[in-house]
Write a protein that binds this ligand. Structure first.
Ligand SMILES: *Cc1c(COP(=O)(O)O)cnc(C)c1O
Length: 220
């Protein structure tokens, strides 16, 4: 068995255990396997092991590997989890199935226009900069509820949830709790939070999907 396949099995078990401990069902926590920097040959064994939801953070990199993988596996669900430039909105809408990184008006509009043109209405997440880190993407927590409303009402986006990446050096719990509270206030159901180092904590705070990269594919 390839390392990644073994890791995948272990991550699934850990998700099930964390869900059980939180009094939740494992089926309510989706696993997004983050395959950024890994090529098609590294991804194939994970597909063969049954994983179908993947996350990539760069449009161009994803374009270089997923169309080919989709020739073999037609039911892949690809999530864009990295920052998007509006001049890449066309490619992003054509390739991805879910956009997790909507964080400003200009991107919301560019995505909405492209979805309309291509007749592809994709579920979206609003990314929240819960730690207010200047170098990090995401909207200010204080503007999140209003922004979700504008994405829906002004741009007609199908906003299904919120996404965050807590500051590396901080305890993630309070950030996950904040995201959960904002989601309730904004009236969205999905919470994309938790990565290799903290997905079990995130599940305890209500994550409905966790984005796990290095714990499956290895160090980048
Ligand atoms: C890279 C990345 C991940 C996965 O991180 P790991 O620590 O490798 O699990 C999750 N979310 C986003 C937005 C990422 O860019």
């Amino acid at each position: 068995m390839a390392d990644a396949t073994r890791n995948l099995v272990e991550i699934r078990e850990r998700i099930a255990k964390a869900a059980a401990e939180a009094g939740r069902s494992a089926e309510d926590v989706a696993l997004v396997a983050v395959s950024k920097t890994f090529d098609g040959d590294a991804i194939r064994p994970v597909l063969e092991a049954g994983q179908r939801i993947f996350g990539e953070n760069r449009v161009q990199e994803a374009q270089g590997k997923w169309p080919q993988l989709r020739e073999t596996f037609s039911d892949i669900e690809l999530h864009l989890i990295g920052p998007l430039q509006s001049n890449k909105a066309k490619e992003a809408v054509a390739l991805f199935d879910v956009i997790e990184s909507v964080d400003r008006e200009k991107i919301a509009k560019a995505l909405a226009d492209e979805m309309e043109k291509q007749g592809r209405k994709l579920p979206c997440y609003v990314q929240v900069n819960t730690g207010l880190e200047p170098q990090k993407a995401g909207i200010d927590p204080r503007e999140t509820v209003d922004f979700v409303k504008r994405c829906r009402e002004v741009h007609g986006l199908d906003v299904v949830g919120l996404m965050c990446i807590p500051p590396l050096e901080e305890n993630p719990g309070p950030h996950f709790a904040l995201l959960e509270k904002l989601a309730r206030e904004a009236g969205v159901a999905q919470l994309s939070m938790g990565m290799s180092g903290d997905f079990e904590t995130a599940i305890g705070f209500g994550a409905t999907s966790v984005r796990v990269g290095s714990a499956i594919f290895g160090a980048r």
